[in-house]
Design a protein around this ligand. Structure first.
Ligand code: GAL
Length: 933
């Protein structure tokens, strides 16, 4: 039977009965325009509902597609993409757009998936990434960053001269996906209008012809670029109303009401970055951030904003956060995981926040009159505790009414009656707001071939299938709902499922029900096409997927995600995943269903849908990590690769405490650990080694003298350019053990300094960004010290400049699969102070048709651990940290794998258990999400 099925499917495909996916990117370009209501493409209004995704935080291009498909499946029609200058540029004039940095491939994927792109190439992006996206070599360039100073101008023009042409050829105007171009990022203080103007001139000169936008921060009098020199066409606003206190998720609205301001009368209202998660500033763990920005917050704030502002351009930050692998993190605010408490987790799992995005996204995508609305009088509520606010479409009259508690933080259970003057008459509408909740109710809407007079339930979506309307409405489980539809004569109402009462008064059909499960009602006659109306709850409607096909949109119920459907004749080929066995139901003009190359047995239901069953994934087990090998890295080991550090001047506005200048960036070592070696002739009287190091938050340094470990100190975060204030950052004084040094004998100081990454430049004044890294001051009781420094051995051609630092093991390739031999036997029971390397291999035999996200789990302990998997630096554990699981994406993981851990201890300690864990298990018919390589 299975064999026969395959033949049938092969035949169908080869006969061309299954259409190739509709080419979204047409060869010819489209016209992009805008007015005060919305963007337009070829004159059609576009309500841009996009989520932010960072390709640089997912070093596996195959998985970009998975995330983009998940974004699209939630009803988004766009993505906002930062482009990270430092990720592509290891050195001035050197740029790389290959492999995991192949942004052209990313843009092609967005085109294949029909997602618009807001391109955000900075040059400054913030984004909690090292230097806010600036390459660290920019720290050594004269001239204030984010200004029109010549040094910086030459540097950024080189970057834009490379990225702009890529973006330009992928613009909607040339048949691509880029619909808007974001200059700079929250450029709000210390602004330079010439710089802002020149950035735009550069973009235009490089062929950018879509609207130029900006994301303003913080409101008030800060620059928002809506007028004057440097103004952009569509100024947007960033808003993080919940702030970032993930340890206190119940406190709402710390940073305001979150209603996007209109900044220009001739451009749409643009919520450029709207909070969709949070950085974990208080180390509460990302689950708490997800709670702070959970579905109830999304309902209240997003819906309040939609109606309160009339915004038609949205960028939700983040929809998938990802991993700040390697040296991507900016040190002050984040650790390795950039999960962000987002709707799609770091390991690409879908959450209840995803469901809420879907409920809102499907609504916005379906109900077209929302793309053009004006503020309108709101229905009066019988109880002032129930707040109403309204907008309406000036062409169709369709009304959109926001319903929430007057105090949006309230969790009361309130009911009220609305006096609603709808386009189709006056009505008394009973409503309820129970707990932290908000709804957008619709009146006067042509729903397919139906006329929706009003409903106290919300619209998920509707499609037209075989000449009938299929609509899905929803409300909270247990709440009453009413829907009124207009007919010229009494229609026939057949309740297939659930308890739905109906009455007809000569023009209105009124349905009354309690939301519970999924009620189904067939309505026919009455002078309109037939309709299948489904009335669900938040949970039951989240099981629906709306997919665009060559024959129009269709609905699928069931599966853990339905990614794509192709319809040809009466066949549907569906790309979907399941996390358990269960039903799949199609509302589509087809009679046969194929998933993963197999025909699914289906039957026709009384609803007119096609119902089948799908299997779930098979259970998997991961191998234990055993047979660890060990190798110590002696202090300042080996004689090659050292550079004399003898500079006496620096372009940095922050001058060192002692000379020579020992800043790592001055010697071309921008990322990761550096070793210093100081040589002097001892007097024998030396008592103290005095050091200062600036590492960024949570960094430290370790000190040896003549091979004897003297101890460690915490690195500083900052020095001031004006002495004497804060000229003593990261101070450590280490006593010289008596008898260690002898008069006239050579002495060698070895110092290992962590570089936790570079500060951001939010203030656009260099004071944070240009903070040095490495030794800031060094003295040993007046000894004349000759310094050498050694850092990373250039940029890894595959993994990029941010992968590895200057540990000896990194320079010698100990972190790489098949790296050099001479590994010792089993690890010692005690990890000594200094750098210890552990290595083992494992095989992954996971089913090819399953997506099993894997993480490496470390035990908490008094150490710092760098996790290398197949050479990729997938993160850093620093005690204490809420993060113990390090996500290892397929692509980095393969069938045969090598794990290397570089463990840095400051005191003797022991390394706790290390294991592999699964973070999900899905049967999938999507290509390329299984284990690769
Ligand atoms: C915004 C900024 C983003 C990111 C965000 C917080 O102000 O534009 O890049 O830093 O804050 O996650």
């Amino acid at each position: 039977m299975r064999y026969l099925t395959r033949i049938v499917v092969a035949l169908v495909v080869s006969l061309g009965l299954v259409a190739a996916p509709a080419p979204v990117a047409q060869a010819r370009g489209h016209q992009v325009g805008y007015d005060k209501y919305s963007l337009t493409v070829d004159g059609q209004r576009v309500l841009l509902w996009s989520g932010e995704f960072h390709y640089f935080r997912l070093p596996s291009p195959e998985l970009w597609r998975d995330v983009l498909e998940k974004i699209r499946a939630a009803g988004f029609n766009g993505v906002s993409l930062y482009f990270h200058w430092g990720y592509h540029s290891p050195a001035p004039g050197v740029y790389d757009f290959t492999g995991v940095r192949d942004v052209e491939r990313l843009l092609r994927m967005t085109e294949e998936l029909g997602l618009y792109v807001v391109a955000r190439p900075g040059p400054y992006i913030n984004a909690e990434t090292t230097g806010g996206g600036f390459p660290a070599w920019l720290k050594t360039v004269e001239g204030r960053a984010r200004s029109s100073d010549p040094g910086y101008t030459a540097a950024y023009r080189d970057w834009l001269g490379r990225i702009n042409p890529i973006l330009a050829r992928h613009q909607v105007t040339r048949g691509g996906s880029v619909i808007a171009y974001n200059v700079e990022n929250e450029y709000a203080v210390n602004v330079d209008t010439v710089y802002m103007r020149e950035l735009q001139e550069k973009a235009r000169a490089d062929g950018i012809d879509v609207p130029i936008v900006h994301n303003n921060c913080c409101g008030g009098n800060l620059a928002n670029w809506s007028s004057g020199e440097g103004a952009v066409q569509i100024p947007g606003v960033d808003d993080y109303p919940q702030a970032f206190n993930c340890d206190d998720p119940a406190t709402w609205g710390t940073w305001g009401e979150g209603v996007t301001r209109r900044l220009r009368d001739d451009a749409p209202v643009y919520a450029a970055e709207y909070q969709a998660g949070a950085i974990d500033l208080n180390n509460a763990g990302y689950d708490k951030c997800r709670e702070l920005t959970g579905p109830d917050y999304m309902k209240v704030y997003y819906k309040s904003n939609i109606i309160g502002s009339g915004a038609t351009m949205y960028g939700y930050y983040m929809i998938h956060g990802g991993t700040s692998w390697g040296w991507l993190p900016q040190p002050n605010d984040v650790y390795t995981s950039y999960d962000y408490g987002a709707a799609i987790t770091e390991s690409r799992g879908l959450t209840t926040k995803y469901d809420e995005f879907k409920r809102q996204g499907y609504f916005l995508n379906t109900v077209k009159p929302l793309a053009k609305t004006d503020a309108a009088p709101a229905p009066r509520s019988s109880d002032p505790a129930v707040f109403t606010q309204a907008r309406s479409n000036p062409d169709t009259g369709t009304q959109f009414v926001l319903l929430r508690h007057a105090d949006r933080r309230s969790s009361a259970d309130a009911t009220a009656t609305l006096d609603w003057a709808t386009p189709d008459g006056e009505y008394s509408v009973p409503v309820r707001v129970n707990g932290r909740d908000a709804k957008i109710l619709v009146a006067g809407y042509d729903l397919g071939g139906q006329r929706l007079v009003w409903s106290s339930s919300e619209i998920l979506t509707h499609v037209g299938v075989d000449g009938r309307d299929v609509a899905v409405l929803y409300g909270r489980d247990g709440e009453q709902g009413s829907t009124v539809l207009r007919y010229s004569s009494e229609p026939v109402v057949k309740v297939l499922d659930g308890d739905v009462k109906s009455s007809f008064d000569g023009k209105d059909l009124r349905l009354d029900y309690t939301h519970s499960g999924l009620a189904r009602v067939l309505i026919s006659g009455g002078g309109r096409p037939p309709m299948l109306l489904m009335l669900g709850t938040d949970e039951t409607v989240a099981q629906f997927w709306r997919l665009d096909t060559a024959v129009g949109p269709v609905l699928v119920r069931g599966t853990s995600i339905a990614r794509e459907a192709e319809v040809a004749g009466d066949w549907m080929v569906l790309k979907a995943d399941t996390d358990r066995a269960g039903e799949v139901e199609l509302f589509a003009p087809v009679r046969r269903l194929v998933i993963g190359g197999k025909l699914v047995v289906t039957r026709r239901t009384p609803s007119g849908s096609l119902l089948g069953r799908l299997p779930g994934p098979r259970p998997v087990t991961l191998p234990a990590l055993t047979n660890w090998q060990y190798r110590g890295e002696p202090p300042a080991f080996g004689n090659s690769g050292w550079q004399l550090a003898d500079k006496t001047t620096t372009a940095s506005p922050i001058k060192p405490k002692t000379l020579p200048v020992l800043y790592a960036d001055e010697y071309g070592y921008h990322y990761g650990n550096v070793w210093y070696r100081g040589s002097f002739t001892a007097s024998g009287d030396e008592k103290t080694v005095s050091l200062n190091a600036i590492t960024g938050k949570r960094g430290n340094y370790l000190v040896w003298l003549n091979g004897t470990y003297l101890g460690s100190a915490l690195g500083g975060t900052q020095a001031d350019s004006e002495p004497p204030v804060n000229q003593d950052p990261g101070r450590g004084d280490f006593a010289v053990p008596p008898g260690l040094l002898s008069k006239g004998e050579p002495a060698t100081l070895a110092v290992l300094v962590t570089n936790m990454g570079h500060n951001d430049d939010w203030t656009a004044d260099d004071t944070r960004f240009k903070q040095p890294r490495g030794l800031f001051g060094a003295s040993v009781d007046g000894a004349q010290i000759t310094w050498h420094i050694r850092g990373a051995r250039g940029s890894d051609p595959e993994r990029g400049p941010l992968n590895a630092g200057g540990l000896y093991g990194e320079r010698d390739g100990w972190h790489l699969p098949g790296g050099p031999g001479r590994w010792g036997s089993s690890p010692p029971a005690t990890v000594p102070p200094g750098v210890s390397w552990y290595r083992t291999t494992f095989r992954l035999d996971l089913p090819q048709d399953q997506d099993v996200p894997v993480a490496l789990r470390l035990s908490a302990g008094d150490y710092r651990v760098f996790v290398f998997v197949n050479g990729w630096n997938m993160g850093q554990y620093v005690n204490p940290s809420p993060q113990r699981d390090f996500v290892l994406p397929a692509g980095v993981l393969g069938r045969s794998n090598t794990v290397a851990l570089a463990v840095i201890a400051t005191e003797p300690t022991s390394l706790g258990p290390v294991s592999l864990v699964t973070l999900g298990n899905h049967w999938t018919s999507a290509a390329a999400v299984g284990q690769l390589r």
